[in-house]
Design a binder for this molecule. Sequence first.
Ligand SMILES: Nc1ncnc2c1ncn2[C@@H]1O[C@H](COP(=O)(O)OP(=O)(O)OP(=O)(O)O)[C@@H](O)[C@H]1O
Ligand SMILES: [Mg+2]
Length: 265
Amino acid sequence: MSPQQIACEQHEDQVGLVPPAALQMEHVTFAYPGRARPALDDVSLVIPAGRTVALVGPSGAGKTTIAHLFLRFWDPDKGIALLDGHDLRDYRLDDLRRRVALVAQDTYLFNDSLRNNVRLARPGASAAEVDAAIERAALTEFVASLPDGLDTVVGERGTQLSGGQRQRVAIARAFLKDAPILILDEATSHLDAVSEASVRAALDRLKQDRTTLVIAHRLSTVRGADTIVVLDRGRVVESGPHAELLARRGLYARLIAAQMMAAAG
Ligand SMILES: Nc1ncnc2c1ncn2[C@@H]1O[C@H](COP(=O)(O)OP(=O)(O)OP(=O)(O)O)[C@@H](O)[C@H]1O
Ligand SMILES: [Mg+2]
């Protein structure tokens, strides 16, 4: 039986019960080649189907590494990463990557038209579908301001896009791909207030009706998550909803306090 068939049967069995885990890690340890210290050290976490889990923690804690293991850019040294209850290694790679969309911290643009840069998420997409994705990613106005609209060449030798614009291209790709599971790795670079608001609105639309793992640098954006997982030096140090974590006065509460101090200048 294929993993897909097994997953379908599980869904039927579990109707009305606890939602099945869409993505899960069990005791995952992973070190990058040549590195003695593991980037992830005995990490367990669950992202139930249809829910939003936020991942927070200091720079270098291992957040992006978790995203990359879920897409199988790397495999765990120990432990197991699962999709719908099955080892990721049981899926064909293209099948896995069709189901999981990643909006990465840094979006690479190919030296090609903006249209083709968006369309690579689903090469068979029609012009109308590309337009719809552009619209939902709050890029319509920007596209109208370009000399050749969607045919404008962007990337290395073309028109340069700002961080916020590039992230919205990534969001447009994710809309076009329409995968059931979404991993958002929030940009670290500071976006201006206008880009920030339009990126935020586009992301909120994208998250609707999807299982989402959001890696957040601005903690104000994670309050609404069902669960917040706090990572520090490769280990999960606490997890729970916002109010519960604040009351614990642990790392999450300290990160919130530090960001509020920084914002107050
Ligand atoms: N390709 C790589 N090769 C070797 N080490 C890496 C690689 N990518 C990340 N690391 C190391 O792994 C650790 C975790 O990095 P990771 O990128 O997952 O952190 P992060 O939590 O996403 O940080 P940030 O908030 O800055 O994005 C860091 O110590 C980093 O230096
Ligand atoms: Mg990162």
